[in-house]
Design a protein. Structure first.
Length: 439
């Protein structure tokens, strides 16, 4: 080939390369790659379900200690034996991977599993039956979006005959009938929203209502307080102002307690100061602190409007209580308080706002039921860490420091000092709580 032809071929190749480079730099790929993604209706449904799962505090029961979220395996102790929470992740072998929306709705609304088995009421379907179908579908969409975890649920350890479908069927015929939440037209929109959350997803009555010998709650005593079986924590009455009733609180105070776990500062009257701990601390930690302001206000509206009742058990002692408390026991209690308690709670039980609870005129101190006081003194505890209270101070345990008689003495002293007036605490009472501690 002559040098002229070679030069022509080279020129053509260079031109072709330049044209290719020009196309490369002008192509629209880069622009398309950075276009924002538009959220779909499915995304919104999953996000709504995630919020509802927090409102129901589902992860608390359906996550074993140290386990994967929602993978189940946590044992729920009942007077009839241990019931283990199921795997809610979409694993097809051990979770909800083969479930449909209808299957999930049947579990929430009817208390029946995918295969038709009746579920134990440790799963609070007596409350979740009130959940709307739309909310149930959103919850299911969220659970289906979770990473699947293969983890089989341990076999329940419920004693015969309570472990039979026949017994569960009999229980249901006595204490359960499916139903949806019906708004009360005589009440405000906020009240109805609060009632829906408290009675349904929030399942507050599961703890705050006493149970009979067969583990059923009494509607006539709804939210009137009850001892949580085998946990030795008392969920105080939400209708009695002397316990945990909030009829005399402002909406803002109720919202603050549900949002942060505390209302103990200098701007709050002593009768309205509160710190949550124990099981309620877990509820605030995992659930209510994450709820929206409108939903928290709706719950406050409903709780404030509950019919005010008085726990006759907690006040009957006033009529017969003699002002003859053992002076020796009071002196012993005072000495123990000054040694172990005054540094934090103050010489006059005044506490320290934002750090240590006030004991003077404290409703939890004066309640007839002493279970929570004994629990806190023996085993300690913390308020939940929340955005509004990120570094809560804790109560150290004294289970290895104080004998039963000393616990009884210091609590008797606290319950009858600085304006407090409550029955004394017996050594037998402390021993019972110590030996059946179920945290």
């Amino acid at each position: 080939m002559s040098w002229l032809k070679r030069l022509a071929v080279l020129a053509f190749a260079v031109g072709l390369a330049l044209a290719a480079l020009s196309w490369w730099w002008s192509r629209p790929v880069a622009v398309l790659a950075f276009e924002p993604r538009v959220a779909s209706a499915a995304d919104a449904l999953v996000e709504r379900g995630a919020y509802l799962a927090r409102a129901g505090n589902c992860m608390a029961c359906h996550t074993a200690r140290g386990g994967e979220p929602y993978a189940g395996g946590r044992g729920i102790e009942t007077p009839f034996g241990a019931v283990f929470a199921g795997n809610l992740t979409p694993d097809p072998a051990t979770g909800l991977g083969r479930w449909s929306r209808e299957d999930f709705w049947r579990a929430l609304h009817h208390g029946q599993s995918r295969d038709g088995r009746l579920l134990y009421p440790a799963f609070p379907y007596t409350n979740t039956t009130l959940v709307s179908r739309a909310d149930a579908d959103a919850l299911f969409a969220y659970l289906q979006s979770l990473p699947p975890v293969m983890q089989a649920t341990p076999a329940h350890q419920v004693a015969w005959p309570f472990n039979t479908q026949l017994a569960l069927g009999a229980w249901r015929s006595l204490y359960f009938s499916p139903g949806l939440f019906e708004a009360d037209p005589a009440q405000s929109e906020a009240w109805n929203r609060g009632a829906y959350l408290v009675k349904g997803l929030g399942h507050c009555s599961a703890c705050h209502t006493a149970r009979n010998a067969l583990g059923a709650t009494n509607d006539a005593l709804d939210l009137a307080g009850g001892l949580i079986p085998l946990q030795n924590w008392y969920a105080p009455s939400l209708t009695d102002p002397a316990e945990a009733g909030v009829s005399h609180w402002s909406i803002e105070d109720v919202v603050r307690l549900l949002k942060t776990g505390v209302t103990d500062d200098t701007t709050v009257a002593s009768s309205k100061r509160a710190w949550v701990s124990g099981p309620m601390g877990e509820v605030v930690q995992g659930s209510t602190q994450h709820l929206s302001e409108p939903d928290l206000r709706a719950m406050a509206v409903f709780l404030k409007a509950l019919p005010v009742s008085q726990n006759t058990v907690s006040t009957a002692w006033v009529q017969t209580h003699q002002h003859g408390l053992s002076s020796a026991k009071m002196l012993q209690g005072q000495a123990l308080y000054e040694k172990h308690c005054a540094q934090c709670h103050g010489d006059q039980g005044q506490g320290k706002a934002g750090s240590y609870p006030t004991l003077s005129l404290n409703r939890a101190v004066n309640m007839h039921t002493t279970a929570n006081l004994v629990q806190m003194l023996l085993y300690g505890g913390y308020s939940p860490a929340t955005e509004g209270n990120p570094r809560p101070y804790g109560m150290p345990p004294y289970v290895l420091v104080l004998k039963d008689s000393e616990v009884a003495a210091v609590l008797t002293y606290v319950r009858n000092s600085w304006g407090n007036q409550a029955p004394d605490v017996s050594e037998v009472e402390v021993n019972r709580h110590r030996n059946t501690q179920g945290q």
